[in-house]
Ligand binder design. Structure first.
Ligand code: ADP
Ligand code: MG
Length: 625
């Protein structure tokens, strides 16, 4: 076939395929246009879940008669003019393809009047065929009616679900827009029924309550933080309220609902240990940053975005929530409908009813038993008394010796470089070497609390140890590789066929990591040697988990990322766990190593290893300032 340019109708149908999937997509696009028009009131009406009719009316700026046709032309927009504008988009729309796509696959009517004109005009577009605009009497603003969606694309139409399902999706689209725009009066009706009538408000919490009910709203905890030009604010639920899926996680970036795996992960991390497995946190968070710090043009419906500094945002979200949880008595807001049960009795059963969950959460949070391993969260615990693997792989002998001396209380760590004069005078008159002492308290077998020159730090023992080990292993790999131990009796490990193949393909990489394996026939491999630093963990467990990681990894086998992934999992496995009791010498050694390790502020996954509370922060909290 010769190469021919596609005609505009085909182009629009292709674009419609990307942007318009179901009535909810039309609802989203029309509501966004109405928001962009500066309207203070927007109404959405649906018939038959939107399959028969979707109508959006706004009282915004309107479209001039002579621009009606342009509005439904592909790549025609009033919102950006040059490619540079793409990096400072402040409107919801900018691609100029929504109305063109919608009117290609439906019978669309636009009626509009601008503030400057005496009367309005009305224009019909039937399956992409544009009719001449006609004069029409109407108030200032725009009404768009979309009838018989997909009437000319039967394949799409067949994918539509029942009106109830479709109206559910449309309601979600409405909710997102309503959540992002509390000052706009927004109303939604379906058939003869009113779904929402949301009075305008400047109070975000009030809009959340209108959309999700007072009960949910009243249990929310307010959070806020600023990092450079990035503002984060909003509400998160007390861990006693959670959901079986992530649908009640609303993230708004500059007023636009986004989905972001990394931020969802940060959220999950912030609630780690506070929620039962399989439960998801609830949140309503707004992130605001200058438009040039994020690319919103990476996804046709703009649901996904690309941040300039995603890692920093991840840390900001995580640390904001963590510090808030630490500073909040989460139990105070818990409304238990029965008295807290005896700890041992409650620990035995899996909580299922709300009151059981409340009790479970209270127990976790109040976990008073500083001595014993905590009972129901996290992986199996290292038995107390087992040596902490910390010095297996010192960067060099001097460091190892230093750590040992520290562990025995014989030496002080090298002094960290002096902090700025302002910071040190503000904090304390004592020199750094003394204020930066290693007097630490282990809290609930999870966190280490240390006095520092600036104030106080709460260290996540697992995250810090993981980071230290990760750096040490990386250092080793650049040299001779990891020290390994030959197993007296090689250990056979049974795997699946793909896992076995994936593992054997990576024999060289594994050998560098100190793991020597051979094929043993069938889907079994033989582990001959094993990294000394993992000596406390059964080889079969570690090799199985690496094999499954390799089998599911999307990284190309030779890539640096793959090695890095393996480094992560090895350091994670070898590190002390959340819940492990540490001997005083181990705490000292851990803190000593911290000063010898680069990047110790974050674990290899990017989670912070420590939260810092400056004396200033504390003074403020105690209202001394
Ligand atoms: P985009 O929103 O990406 O610009 P659309 O196809 O959604 O593309 O809309 C095309 C143009 O039509 C918009 O740029 C805007 O100028 C105009 N328009 C659409 N809907 C409205 C509305 N409700 N009020 C005012 N102008 C509108
Ligand atoms: Mg638009």
């Amino acid at each position: 076939m010769p190469i021919l340019p596609l005609n505009s109708s085909v182009v629009n149908k292709i674009a419609a395929g990307e942007v318009i999937e179901r009535p909810a997509s039309v609802v989203k696009e029309l509501l966004e246009n109405a928001v962009d028009s500066g309207a203070s009131r927007i109404e959405l009406h649906l018939e038959q879940g939107g399959r028969q009719l979707i109508r959006v009316t706004d009282n915004g700026c309107g479209i001039a008669v002579d621009e009606l046709q342009l509005a439904v032309t592909n790549h025609a927009t009033s919102k950006i003019a040059t490619a540079d504008d793409l990096f400072s988009v402040a409107t919801m729309g900018f691609r100029g393809e929504a109305l063109a796509s919608i009117s290609e696959v439906s019978r669309t009517m636009l009626r509009s009047r601008t503030a400057g004109s005496e009367s309005g005009a009305e224009m019909l577009v039937t399956g992409g065929q544009v009719h001449a605009p006609q004069p029409a009497g109407c108030p200032i603003g725009t009404t768009v009616e979309v009838r018989d969606l997909f009437f000319n694309t039967p394949v799409r139409e067949r994918f539509l679900k029942t009106p109830q399902t479709e109206v559910g999706h449309a309601t979600e689209a409405f909710t997102r827009l309503a959540l992002a725009n509390p000052p706009i009066h927004m109303r939604m009706t379906h058939g003869g029924r009113e779904v929402f009538d949301l009075a305008p408000t400047t109070d975000w919490h009030e809009r959340i309550a209108m959309l999700f009910g007072d009960e949910l709203a009243s249990g929310l905890i307010e959070v806020a933080s600023v990092d450079g030009q990035v503002k984060l604010r909003g509400y998160v639920a007390n861990p006693m309220h959670s959901r079986a899926n992530g649908r009640l996680q609303y993230l708004l970036l500059n007023g636009r609902t986004i989905r972001d795996r990394s931020l969802q992960h940060a959220l999950g991390e912030a609630y780690r240990g506070l929620l039962l497995t399989g439960r998801f946190p609830i949140c309503f968070l707004r992130i605001d940053m200058p438009p040039n710090m994020v690319d919103v043009n990476v996804h046709p419906t703009k649901l996904e975005v690309r941040f300039q500094d995603g890692g920093r945002l991840y840390s900001q979200l995580l640390s904001t929530l963590r510090s808030k949880f630490l500073a909040t008595d989460l139990r105070a807001t818990a409304r238990s409908d029965s008295p807290v049960a005896d700890e041992n009795e409650a620990a035995a059963a899996t909580p299922t009813t709300p009151s059981e969950i409340v009790r479970w959460a209270q127990r976790e949070l109040a976990n008073q038993r500083v001595d014993g391993p905590s009972d129901s969260i996290g992986p199996p615990h290292r038995a107390t008394g087992e040596p902490l693997v910390l010095h297996e792989l010192p960067a060099d002998f001097r460091e190892r010796r230093m750590a040992e001396q520290l562990a025995n209380g014989e030496a002080r760590p090298p002094m960290s470089p002096p902090t700025s004069p302002a910071a040190s005078t503000a904090a304390s008159a004592k020199p750094d070497a003394i204020t930066d002492s290693f007097k630490a308290i282990q809290l609930h077998n999870r966190y280490l609390i240390v006095e520092s020159s600036a104030g106080l730090e709460i260290i996540d023992q697992h995250a810090l140890h993981e980071r230290i080990l990760y750096e040490q292993i990386r250092h080793k790999l650049e040299g001779a590789g990891l020290e390994s131990q030959r197993l007296l009796v090689p250990e056979p490990v049974d795997l699946s066929t793909t896992e076995c193949q994936a593992l054997l393909e990576q024999r060289d990489v594994l050998a560098k990591l100190g793991i020597e394996i051979d094929a043993f026939g069938g889907d079994t491999v033989l582990v001959r040697s094993y990294p000394s630093m993992l000596a406390n963990l059964p080889p079969a467990d570690v090799v199985t988990s690496i094999a499954s990681q390799l089998a599911t990894s999307e990284q190309s086998p030779s890539s640096v990322e793959l090695v890095d992934e393996l480094l992560h999992s090895i350091s994670c496995k070898a590190a002390v766990k959340y819940g492990d009791r540490l001997a005083p010498g181990e705490v000292q050694a851990l803190l000593a190593e911290r000063h010898l390790t680069q990047n110790h502020h974050h674990c290899p996954h990017g989670r912070p290893t420590a939260l810092v509370f400056s004396c200033d922060d504390l003074d403020k909290q105690f209202q001394r300032q």
